[in-house]
Ligand binder design. Structure first.
Ligand SMILES: [Zn+2]
Length: 278
């Protein structure tokens, strides 16, 4: 948990504290198994190991609004083995809460139903949305998943999607920022997005990722532009503030040319996410 971030409101929800972040992705590890109803890809996909730092694709965050990294790389709950390099992303409000009300209904969670966006241009190689969304803290079933191929041995994976929400099918070409589906609770206990960069689809094999540009909130509540990989507990959002009206490609270019962090917005706390659903 970020040291300055108010705790998620689990006292109010009645959910155990351990639910707060650590246990949100109990089924992520099992998501590494090929879904039984996955549509076959329409052509062979090239998978191969990539050296660390060898990432030809520029990545942006897969959401709008403000989210927290609930479980990062090598998370003790489920990000181990071939699933080690994955992020569990949870939408939060201005006070850092992940849900309104008691948190016992899926609709209480701000992230449930939030748009999930393509992190880069590519081609969909897996699209599964036949599995139901679990009730909160229910027994996990299989997760709905989208996988997009960006380059040789470079794929992005989006897991726990809402049943019936997919806007893409295997073989579709997508562009950065396109809505792929909605965040859900299939194969999970609480709504969140499990996201990873993959070097292999079958079997699923995650690899370290670098985001070209995003913003992270520091302990004083100041948003700063960053490049790289957010860590567990980081509160993050897409670029905003000065320059945010530029095209995203221009923002990425500027970020690459000026990699030093820049203060971009200040305030006592984060802005309310744009896609809060109560
Ligand atoms: Zn996960």
């Amino acid at each position: 948990m970020h040291p300055s971030l108010p705790p998620l409101d689990h006292a109010k929800s009645g959910l155990p504290v351990s639910v707060a972040l650590a246990a949100i992705c109990c089924a992520c590890a099992s998501s590494s198994a090929p879904p039984v109803s996955a549509r076959p890809v329409d052509r062979p996909v090239v998978t191969a190991p990539r050296a660390e730092g060898d990432q030809p694709t520029q990545l942006t965050l897969p959401f709008e609004g403000t989210w927290i990294v609930g479980q990062g790389y090598h998370g003790s709950e489920s990000h181990r083995g071939r699933a080690a390099y994955a992020l569990d992303l949870v939408e939060v409000d201005a006070d850092g809460r992940a849900h309104d009300g008691g948190g016992k209904r899926l609709q209480d969670w701000y992230g449930f139903g939030a748009d999930v966006l393509a992190v880069a241009d590519g081609v969909v190689v897996r699209a599964v949305d036949s599995f139901p969304d679990n009730r909160v803290m229910g027994t996990a079933t299989n997760p709905n998943t989208v996988i997009v191929e960006h380059a040789e041995a470079e794929f992005s994976e989006y897991v726990h999607l809402q049943r019936g929400s997919l806007r893409v099918r295997a073989g579709d070409r997508v562009h950065r920022g396109d809505v792929l589906a909605r965040c859900g609770n299939s194969g999970s206990q609480t709504p969140h997005l499990h996201w990873a960069l993959l070097s292999s689809v079958d079997p699923i094999r995650t690899r370290p990722a670098v985001f070209s540009v995003y913003e992270v909130r520091d302990e004083r509540g100041t948003w700063r532009r960053a490049r790289g990989l957010p860590s567990s507990g980081d509160v993050i959002r897409p670029p905003s503030g000065p320059g945010a009206d530029q095209s995203l490609d221009a923002t990425i270019k500027n970020s690459i040319e000026s990699p030093a962090e820049q203060g971009v917005a200040t305030g006592p706390c984060c802005n309310p996410p744009s896609s809060v659903r109560k």
